[in-house]
Unconditional design. Structure first.
Lengths: 534, 167
């Protein structure tokens, strides 16, 4: 069976793509709209603006890779497709952050989990933050539009055993659990979404919105790191970028400058604030790069009698929101439960310990079942998120202190998962924690987890969802941008990505970014094109 | 248990120590991202301890250690420059004999060090009160585990047959 590669086809058909690592002289471009980043926000924006007849230039720090390059190998994917080779960490190294760095951004490497923004989150934004226009009813058409565009719908194939175990354990304990919608079309149920879909079933930006925009003459420059916006008199005058070498590591001499009528930042919730910080953008209320949320995530492995083969089959097809819905949104930290894909490299890195003990656990890989708990940060008064800072070389780093209220949530989460895993039939449960030795019964696990010292660098904490830093605010005192993504101080700048969220989402954020971006890009297109977009 | 302030102080002291070490003659010239001979010896000594029980026995053992160490070097060369610099600092520390003795507790030079002493060093850093040493342990853990479990010859022991064929 031949697998169609829309990127290869498009390049053959004459897409205007420039690999900046091959530039021999500086590049000067002008256009209607310059978009920084090609992930969920940049991709959706590009398609909508290009459809409105606007001349679009996209800049991407990562490389253009497509299905012909995706060999289902972690060793290839992490260095090529992820920020910092999937080794990005918070400032104190306590949290590992998985983010894409390639054309399509994190959508190229995410696990296809698609949730609408939870109503409780929108209600909090409206009632507590004054973002009253972002209602469930008002956003519904935008969710519907993006669900159609990206083939988001129920996943009909039975869950793989890793997810089935989460479902079984939750049901035996009487906890609500459900099936996750996915953005796939003709999915082969392989389980390698995180290393680039080899069959183009995942409806990432790489195979949907970006090809559509490029087919309408949008231009794409890859391996271009945006250094700063040149700002004068309350407007962005130009965008300055630097070509990177072919590995995307060292800057080259060649520069790229783009002049546009309007600029859209869509570089993700670490990248977009970093561009504005480097640009010394106006920030009169000290909000830029602040309150960055992560859904800090703890991990628990279990051993099952029967093989699980957590690498095979769709990842994350089952979830439980029982512990999100139990308390008030700004009360004790709630968490969402999901079952991620297991692959040897990431599993080996995540599993604690070394030597014989680690090797013995790795030999149980085929029987390992893993559940993660994603904590809903950014709502409780003592969960104010982190702050994006710049290193001396201008690269960004996220300072994210894990507060006591979060540690309390993590302990409850590790307890809840252990109970579910035993209910699902686990013979042994092992929280990802340097001092956890593995427990043979729920009673033993309950006592041991209650006594574990939950501290940075002892407890494994990860994140695949960076949100905030250019938060929406009802007025300029409370946000970097307004609810349409328009910068409060810079008239021709918008932010269209996860950095506009004023709290965490409380669910995997891709569909929230798609829908909000579709809404905001449509109004931007109308404003710039002088007519409503098609 | 140390307070957060003590953690921070330990981190600052460690950072100052590393800054000092980087200025010592003989280290400044080491190209970032590529280990020099001493650093490679340290890595070669640590790999079989980190991966004890995972690497093949017998004749294949030495080659597996070389492959894992090569993989670590390739991975480091692919990291952003700020992380390459951190790894360089870590190996500077490991190969500065007084630090190897006093900070890592490994008294013999790396090629002669006993595996149990190396294991004690890893365990000590893993559970250290100094966050700098803890994070240094994690860096070694991640680089070495990733290098081995990226390799297809590690997969059979896991019951993992590798990516499926798409044909």
């Amino acid at each position: 069976m031949t697998i169609r590669d829309p990127v290869a086809d498009g390049l053959a058909a004459g897409w205007k793509v420039t690999d900046a690592s091959a530039l021999e002289r500086d590049l000067r471009l002008s256009c209607d709209v310059a978009i920084v980043g090609t992930g969920a926000g940049g991709g959706v924006t590009a398609e909508i603006l290009a459809n409105a007849g606007l001349d679009v230039v996209l800049l991407e720090e990562g490389p253009l890779r497509s299905s012909r390059d995706f060999h289902m190998l972690e060793s290839e994917a992490y260095p090529q497709l992820y920020q910092e080779s999937a080794a990005r960490k918070t400032r104190d190294k306590a949290i590992t952050i998985l983010q894409g760095r390639c054309v399509g951004g994190s959508t190229t490497v995410n696990w296809t989990t698609s949730f609408r923004t939870p109503p409780a989150t929108l209600a909090y934004w409206g009632e507590r933050l004054g973002l009253r226009e972002l209602t469930e009813a008002g956003l519904a058409p935008w969710f519907e539009r993006m669900e159609r565009r990206l083939s988001i719908g129920p996943w009909q194939t039975p869950p793989n055993e890793n997810n089935q175990a989460l479902l079984r354990g939750a049901q035996r304990l009487g906890l609500g659990a459900g099936r996750i919608q996915r953005n796939v079309s003709g999915c082969w149920n392989l389980g390698y979404c995180g290393v680039g879909c080899p069959v183009n079933a995942k409806q990432s930006m790489l195979v949907t919105t970006l090809p559509a925009a490029l087919a309408k003459d949008a231009r794409l420059v890859t391996r271009a790191r945006v250094e700063r916006l040149r700002i004068a008199a309350g407007r962005v005058e130009a965008l300055e970028a630097r070509a990177l070498d072919a590995q995307g590591i060292r800057p080259k001499a060649q520069s790229i400058a783009v002049r546009a009528r309007h600029y859209v930042l869509a570089a993700g919730a670490i990248g977009s604030p970093a561009v504005l910080l480097r640009s010394r953008a106006p920030d009169p209320y000290g909000l830029l790069g602040r309150r960055t949320c992560l859904h800090p995530t703890v991990v628990s492995a279990a051993l099952m009698r029967e093989p699980v083969h957590g690498h095979a089959g769709a990842p994350q097809s089952v979830y439980s929101d029982h512990f999100l819905e139990r308390d008030a949104i700004d009360g004790p930290i709630g968490f969402k439960l999901e079952a991620p894909p297991l692959h040897p490299l990431l599993f080996g890195m995540t599993l604690q310990g070394f030597g014989a003990a680690h090797a013995a656990l790795m030999r149980q890989f085929a029987h390992a079942q893993v559940v993660t708990a994603l904590l809903r940060d950014g709502f409780h008064a003592d969960s104010a998120g982190g702050q994006v800072l710049l290193r001396d070389d201008g690269s960004p780093v996220l300072d994210y202190p894990i507060t006591d209220i979060l540690w309390q949530g993590m302990r409850r989460a590790l307890l809840a998962i252990a109970e579910i895993q035993f209910a699902a039939g686990a013979t042994r449960v092992l929280p990802a924690h340097e001092q956890a030795t593995g427990y043979d019964s729920w009673a033993q696990a309950r006592a041991a987890i209650a006594a574990l010292p939950l501290e940075p660098l002892l407890t494994r904490v990860v994140s695949a969802h960076v949100m905030g830093g250019c938060a929406m605010g009802a007025n300029e005192r409370s946000g970097v941008v307004d609810a349409r993504g328009r910068h409060w101080q810079l008239g021709n700048l918008s932010v269209h990505d996860g950095s506009v969220f004023p709290t965490s989402i409380g669910a995997n954020p891709q569909l929230s970014i798609y829908a909000l971006t579709a809404r905001n890009a449509s109004s931007l297109a109308a404003a710039l094109a002088g007519r409503p977009p098609a | 248990m140390p307070t957060r302030r003590e953690f921070l102080r330990a981190g600052a002291a460690g950072a100052a120590l590393l800054t000092l070490l980087r200025r010592l003659p003989g280290h400044a010239a080491a190209p970032v991202g590529v280990l020099d001979a001493d650093e490679r010896q340290a890595l070669t000594a640590i790999v079989p301890v980190m991966l004890a029980g995972a690497l093949p026995e017998g004749e294949a053992h030495a080659q597996a250690v070389r492959d894992v160490a090569d993989g670590v070097e390739v991975a480091v060369a692919g990291l952003p420059l700020h992380l390459q610099e951190e790894v360089a600092q870590l190996f500077t520390l490991l190969t500065f004999a007084p630090a190897r003795c006093l900070v890592a507790g490994v008294w013999r030079p790396w090629p002669q060090a006993h595996p149990e002493d190396i294991a004690a060093f890893l365990q000590g850093w893993r559970t250290s009160w100094f966050s700098l040493l803890q994070s240094a342990y994690h860096a070694l853990h991640e680089l070495i585990m990733a290098s081995w479990y990226a390799r297809s010859e590690s997969w059979a022991a896991l019951g993992y047959s590798g990516p499926p064929r798409l044909a």
